[in-house]
Design a protein around this ligand. Sequence first.
Ligand code: ADP
Ligand code: MG
Length: 143
Amino acid sequence: MSTTDKYSIITTTPAETEQVAYEFAHNLKNGDFVAMYGDLGAGKTAFVRGMASYLCPCDHVSSPTYTIVNEYNGDKVRLCHFDMYRITDDDDLYSIGFYDYEDCVIVCEWSENIEFALPESYYRVCVSKLDEDRRQITIEEIK
Ligand code: ADP
Ligand code: MG
């Protein structure tokens, strides 16, 4: 595994985090995988909301904490938004049909829980809370 292209940015409002994600989403096509990391309240869902504002602007993004996965349809891509908070092993992933999701952009909150299932290439996005409103967002392309 080698890594290329890593950048980091600090945001001070949820709207700025969404804007960073909106710009990032320009790179994405069906088949891409975005693994998100960060604590509760860091801003992962805010980041996905920004991605969706570019990829499928008609859809409302909410946290799939209880549904596990939400799907949004855009003109160019289908965005499948997972929350892996309750996932502990591969059996869980099979039972939610995770491996049947193809031809879409997959974005997973709580990728800490599914390290064993990450594809060979993906984008790694870490959101960390620096203080009440400041977030550090690091985006890295893993190849
Ligand atoms: P997560 O999905 O990581 O649990 P959410 O995106 O649901 O987090 O929530 C992030 C919370 O942090 C929201 O209440 C949001 O208003 C707040 N917040 C404050 N500053 C920021 C920022 N710079 N970027 C993103 N969210 C922020
Ligand atoms: Mg969330």
